[in-house]
Design a protein around this ligand. Structure first.
Ligand code: NAP
Length: 280
C-alpha cells in the first residue's frame, strides 16, 4: 500500500504555480462570495484566502448577510464580470434555501468561473473542450497522474453524483479513456460494481462507507468524504479496514482536500491565460 499524499503534491504544485504567477506583469484577483456565517464555510474561505495571498493574488472576501436577495448578489456578480482586475469568481456553497443557486452561479462570466460550475463549463467538460474544471475532480486526476497511475483502460467506479464532484469526475475519467460507472443512493448492490473496479472514488458524505469486502485486491482508493465528528475529520472510507489490500489510497485529511484548494488557485491562473489567448 502506498499513500497518495495530497499535501506533498499540493506543496510542489503551489511552488510551480507561484513561479509562473511571479512572472506575470499584473496581480490576478480572486473573489469569494459567501452568504451567512456557516462555520465550515468560514474555515474553507479562510484557507482559500491564506493560499491566494501566499501565491500573490489579490483576494476579495465578500460576505453577505443571510437575508440578501438573489437580485443583489447578481448585481454584485455582474459588476465583477466587468472588472478587468478580477480573474476568478466563486460562490461558496451551499447557499441558503431562499436563494437560487443555479441562477446565481450561472450569472458568473464562464471565463471567470474558477469553480467550473456554470452550464458553459459543464458543457465544455462533456465535450472535452478547454473547460474550467471543478477543483475536486481535477485534483483527483492530477493526484493520480503525479503518481504515474495509468487511467486509460481502467475500470473506475465513482460513488456519488453531485455536480461538484461525481458528475464532473465521471466526464474527466471518460476524457482520460477510463471505463466509468457512477453509483448513487438509488443504485442496487454497489459492491457488485466496486469489487470489479481498479479505481474506486467515494464521494458520499458518510463516515466509513467503503469497507474491505467491497473492493478487490490492489484497488486504488480515493476518499473524497469529509465527515466531522467531535472536532475530528473522517473520510468515507474505513481507512484502517481497507488499507492493507489496496495498492494506493488517499488519507483523510491530507489526500483530496489539499489538491482541491490548489486546483482553485491554478484555475485563476488558467482563467487569466485563457482570456489572454481569447479562448473563452
Ligand atoms: P452530496 O452533494 O451530498 O452528494 C452525495 C452523493 O452521495 C449523492 O449523489 C448521493 O446520492 C450519494 N449517496 C448518499 N448516500 C448514499 C448511499 N447510501 N449509497 C450510495 N450513494 C449515496 O455531496 P458532495 O458535495 O458530492 O460531497 C461528498 C462528500 O465529499 C462530503 O463528505 C463532502 O464534504 C466531501 N467533499 C470533499 C471535498 C474535498 O475537497 N475533499 C470537496 C467536495 C466535497 P443521490 O444523488 O441519489 O442523493
Amino acid at each position: 500500500m502506498e499513500l497518495l499524499d495530497g499535501r506533498k503534491i499540493r506543496n510542489k504544485k503551489i511552488e510551480e504555480l507561484k513561479n509562473k504567477v511571479s512572472k506575470l506583469d499584473k496581480k490576478l484577483g480572486l473573489v469569494v462570495i459567501q452568504v451567512g456565517n456557516d462555520e465550515a464555510s468560514n474555515v474553507y474561505v479562510k484557507q482559500k484566502e491564506k493560499l491566494a495571498l501566499d501565491i500573490g493574488y489579490n483576494f476579495i472576501y465578500k460576505k453577505f448577510s443571510e437575508d440578501i436577495s438573489n437580485k443583489k448578489i447578481i448585481e454584485y456578480i455582474k459588476d465583477l464580470n466587468k472588472d478587468d482586475n478580477i480573474n476568478g469568481i466563486i460562490v461558496q456553497l451551499p447557499l441558503s434555501k431562499s436563494l437560487d443557486t443555479n441562477l446565481i452561479i450561472n450569472m458568473i462570466d464562464p471565463s471567470k468561473d474558477v469553480d467550473g460550475l456554470t452550464y458553459i463549463n459543464s458543457g465544455k467538460l462533456i465535450q472535452n473542450s478547454n473547460a474550467l474544471i471543478p477543483c475536486t475532480p481535477k485534483g483527483i486526476i492530477d493526484l493520480l497522474k503525479e503518481y504515474n497511475i495509468e487511467i486509460e483502460g481502467k475500470n473506475v467506479v465513482i460513488i456519488g453524483r453531485s455536480i461538484l464532484v461525481g458528475k464532473p469526475l465521471f466526464n474527466l475519467f471518460i476524457n482520460n479513456n477510463a471505463t466509468v460507472t457512477l453509483c448513487h443512493s438509488k443504485s442496487k448492490d454497489i459492491t457488485y460494481y466496486t469489487r470489479n473496479a481498479d479505481i474506486v472514488v467515494v464521494a458520499v458524505g458518510k463516515k466509513y462507507f467503503l469497507k474491505k469486502d467491497m473492493i478487490k485486491e490492489n484497488a486504488i482508493i480515493i476518499d473524497v468524504g469529509i465527515n466531522r465528528e467531535n472536532n475530528k475529520l473522517y473520510g468515507d472510507v474505513d481507512f484502517d479496514n481497507v488499507k492493507d489490500i489496496t495498492s494506493y489510497i488517499t488519507p483523510v485529511p491530507g489526500g483530496v482536500g489539499p489538491m482541491t484548494v490548489y486546483e482553485l488557485m491554478n484555475n485563476v491562473y488558467i482563467a487569466y491565460k485563457n482570456k489572454n489567448n481569447n479562448m473563452l
